[in-house]
Design a protein around this ligand. Structure first.
Ligand code: RB5
Length: 154
């Protein structure tokens, strides 16, 4: 599995640690930067990772900023992306099983590395359950269109 990973300055240290961990775990890791911890704007790196996943060059994306929130907001703007900010392994598991998350965004400032490692490992190894969740995810993805594809029944 090929993983695109990116951060801003606030997530840089944990990105480096995760690149090492994921590579050692056998994943093919595409480091989308930054290359150092100088201050950068998280939308630039959130977009890079999201595009790698949306275009099919990477299977999943991992983002790390201060809270995980800003980068999730950016990635979700890209058509084809289902991104969320996740702070527990349980939510990582549910986000895969129910939402088929393809980009995870984590906090480099408020969540320790061991927990983030568990979150990312769970994200990468948990399958989407499909079934009743498939139509709901399809409805989310239909929102990528400019025109409203369906109207919820009253
Ligand atoms: C950078 O200071 C911080 O705003 C950023 O890392 C992130 O937390 C944004 O959501």
């Amino acid at each position: 599995m090929r993983i695109a990973i990116g951060s801003d300055h606030a997530g840089f240290e944990q990105k480096q640690q995760l690149v090492e961990h994921l590579t050692a775990s056998g994943y093919e890791v595409m480091d989308c930067g930054p290359a150092d911890d100088y201050r950068v704007d998280y939308p630039d790196y959130g977009l890079k990772v999201a595009l790698e996943v949306a275009k099919g060059f990477a299977d999943r994306g991992v983002l790390i900023c201060g809270t995980g929130i800003g980068m999730a907001l950016c990635a979700d703007k890209v058509a084809g992306i289902r991104a969320a900010s996740v702070t527990s392994p349980q939510f990582a598991s549910l986000a895969r099983k129910h939402n088929d998350l393809n980009v995870i965004s984590i906090s480099g400032r408020f969540v320790d590395f061991d927990t983030n490692k568990q979150i990312v490992d769970t994200f990468l190894t948990t399958e989407f359950e499909g079934g009743r969740h498939a139509l709901r995810v399809a409805k989310i993805m239909a929102l990528d269109c400019d025109t409203l594809p369906y109207l919820p029944e009253e």
